[in-house]
Design a protein around this ligand. Structure first.
Ligand code: SAM
Length: 234
């Protein structure tokens, strides 16, 4: 298993998660995905959780190892993908495992972001834009995405990413009917989403996680889940 650093010099090393896929852990013990299965978690929460059968247009907060990007690209089934991601501290591309087109593009993106503040790739049915910046300085204002992958580190590690301001930024970038997905399930996080004006619902967890959270600007998109917005705002 490889070791390396992020651009700012944080030491990270690879570890194998329970489904055999590889993720990273920082020196202080913070993991990029849970130990119970990085690939399965990415598919369940982000890719399948927000898929409504249309062409895919995604905003991601926290590009990390590109696991969510790769899972999305690998599950397009003939549709197109426009993927916009922010990442303020890109990892060394050598730390990305995985074979094939998606992982090659991830390594290219992370390599470019060591030098540049923006990476763009496009081909027939794919456009990827990754910006090296804090979300608040990304320049993404009204992307009209139909999915938001809210995937920073936890609220204890990245509190700024679980604030009303951050959810407002994501809401501004959402087209009507867009769905936001996150592994975060704390009540204070869900309340911040509701205060932003999003409808909030409890989704089924995966691995050792009992619950996850979905949110939308259209409650009809949350019909499969338990909507709790009214409880959060009372
Ligand atoms: C859980 S990891 C993301 C995993 C990634 N989505 C994947 O699929 O591999 C969280 C990432 O969010 C990034 N991050 C944290 N706070 C941020 C911020 N304020 N702006 C931009 N990126 C941030 C971290 O540097 C880290 O790479």
């Amino acid at each position: 298993m490889k070791q390396g650093t992020t651009k700012s010099g944080v030491a990270v090393r690879q570890f194998e998660t329970d489904d055999g896929s590889v993720s990273l852990v920082r020196d202080d013990g913070v993991t990029y995905r849970s130990t119970s299965g990085a690939h399965e978690e990415s598919l369940h929460i982000f890719v399948d959780g927000t898929d409504r059968g249309t062409d895919r247009r995604v905003l991601e907060l926290g590009f990390g190892l590109g696991t969510n990007f790769a899972s999305t690209l690998q599950n397009l089934a003939g549709r197109s993908l426009s993927y916009f991601a922010v990442e303020h501290d890109p990892i060394d591309p050598e730390l990305v495992g995985g074979e094939g087109k998606a992982f090659d593009i991830v390594r290219e993106a992370l390599g470019a972001l060591q030098e540049h503040e923006r990476f763009e790739y496009s081909d027939d049915n794919l456009r990827l834009v990754v910006v090296r910046a804090d979300f608040s300085e990304s320049g993404f204002e009204s992307l009209g995405v139909n999915a938001v992958y809210h995937d920073p580190f936890s609220v204890d590690v990245n509190p700024e990413c679980w604030s009303v301001d951050c959810f407002k930024w994501e809401l501004k970038n959402m087209a009507p009917g867009a769905v936001l997905a996150t592994y975060g399930a704390a009540t204070r996080v869900r309340r911040a989403m509701a205060e932003t004006g999003l409808e909030v619902a409890v989704g089924p967890g995966i691995g050792r996680k009992r619950e996850i959270t979905f949110a939308s600007n259209d409650v009809a998109q949350l019909a499969d889940f338990k909507v709790i917005t009214h409880k959060l705002l009372r």
